[in-house]
Design a protein around this ligand. Sequence first.
Ligand code: PGA
Length: 250
Amino acid sequence: MIKPFIAANWKMNKTVGEAVDFANSLRAVLTTTPDRDVVIAPPFTALHAVAASLKGSDIALAAQNMHDAEKGAFTGEISAAMLIDAGCAYVIIGHSERRHIFGEEDEFINKKIISALKHGLKPIFCIGETLEERESGITLDILQRQIGEGLNNISTDDIGSVVVAYEPVWAIGTGKTATPKEAEDAHKFIRACIQMFYDAAVAEKVVIIYGGSVTPDNIGELMAEKDVNGALVGGASLNSESFAKIVNYP
Ligand code: PGA
């Protein structure tokens, strides 16, 4: 049985003060979360301060992106070592906004995952099809390509540290959630791909979370699906009460 994994992706929202207030109120509401993994991903500027607020709690910190290089002339970029230094345990890699707005491709995403793992950061590796791809009937081909290329050269030992987030692009920030069946079909396929690229024992344990317009109202039905192990929440994670309701789904 995989422990439910619920992560908040704040995207480009919240000042340091707002982020710390959120972390403090979330801690107050979620006094213990022994049966759930809870992660929050503030913007870079708030990571260090939020890490201090979360000290001693079970809530883990994630960054929203990183660069694969160790250091050097990459103006505006942040390395895995810097994220560890700021208190992160996780990093979101390959989010659809990075792929579609900033042109990140599978090969670059793969390099970032390798660098994150090398530094002991756990990647939350995002994949998902666009509406056009779904309507053309190529969803599974897209997912298989993103998994194959994104996880290229990642060992069986390391794959256990990767969380896969299935986020259909058409469901992100649109209020249009995948139905539980659509989510389950995709998650089952992702697990089958992991089994094909690795083995059954690895596939059984890999954490596969769903993202795309998750709310306190739909989390329960999504989590009732066998292969849905958690959620990556954008809009509904910006308010601590709403996010706490998602974490505490029945
Ligand atoms: P959303 O975003 O919950 O606002 O749809 C999810 C995500 O982009 O991770």
